[in-house]
Ligand binder design. Structure first.
Ligand SMILES: Cc1cc2nc3c(=O)[nH]c(=O)nc-3n(C[C@H](O)[C@H](O)[C@H](O)COP(=O)(O)O)c2cc1C
Length: 181
């Protein structure tokens, strides 16, 4: 698939078939994440591949009134993205900008790579942020110095969701200064 077509045809998938995901396919989506750019190539991301139904059910319990709770339980795989803190956005152990720790940014780049390659391989995903990150970290035994950023179910889709509309370019693009069209 051409990149722009892949970007435009990806949808958030909240219903999955139980068909397992082949290890080689899983490796390809993880490769896509691994090759994302990051602050000074610091690669603060860590990925936890969850296949155990008990762990998936526990993770689903950490979701906060989330339309994707069922998806976390039923998808064959859930990928949880964690970050090592104090690496991205840092230079010589100090925050290098006034924007603090950039871990969210780097993990988002990796996870967007992952979901796009998953889609190009015929798999569904949905970025999930609405959960109790501390509960998720406890469930997955994430050590101090790391946090859980997001998770996505991964599997073959069992729905064809509607396209969610996007703002027009004329609403979001300015020229030379903010607000100038
Ligand atoms: C950072 C982030 C967090 C999100 N968290 C959730 C979530 O917790 N639960 C959920 O069902 N969808 C979640 N979504 C999916 C968005 O609702 C979805 O991407 C948006 O409505 C656009 O739909 P589309 O992905 O099908 O184009 C999240 C998306 C992003 C980028």
């Amino acid at each position: 698939m051409e990149v722009l077509e892949t970007i435009k045809t990806r949808r958030s998938i909240r219903k999955y078939q139980t068909t397992p995901v082949d290890d080689r396919v899983l490796e390809q989506v993880l490769e896509a994440a691994r090759w994302a750019p990051s602050w000074k190539n610091s690669q603060c991301w860590r990925f936890i591949v969850v296949r155990d139904n008990k762990v998936k059910a526990e993770l689903a319990g950490a979701l906060i009134s989330n339309p994707s709770t069922e998806a976390v339980m039923s998808a064959p795989v859930v990928i949880v993205a964690c970050a090592e803190l104090g690496k991205s956005g840092y230079h010589q152990e100090k925050a290098a900008t006034d924007k603090g720790d950039w871990y969210m940014f780097d993990v988002a780049l990796a996870m967007q790579n992952l979901v796009l390659v998953a889609h190009s391989l015929g798999l569904g995903t949905v970025h999930l942020g609405l959960f109790d990150a501390k509960s998720a970290a406890n469930i997955l035994r994430v050590p101090d110095g790391y946090c859980v950023v997001e998770m996505t179910p991964l599997g073959y889709t069992d729905q064809e969701p509607q396209v969610r509309p996007r703002k027009e370019l004329s609403e979001i693009v300015f020229y030379d200064s903010f607000g100038k069209r």
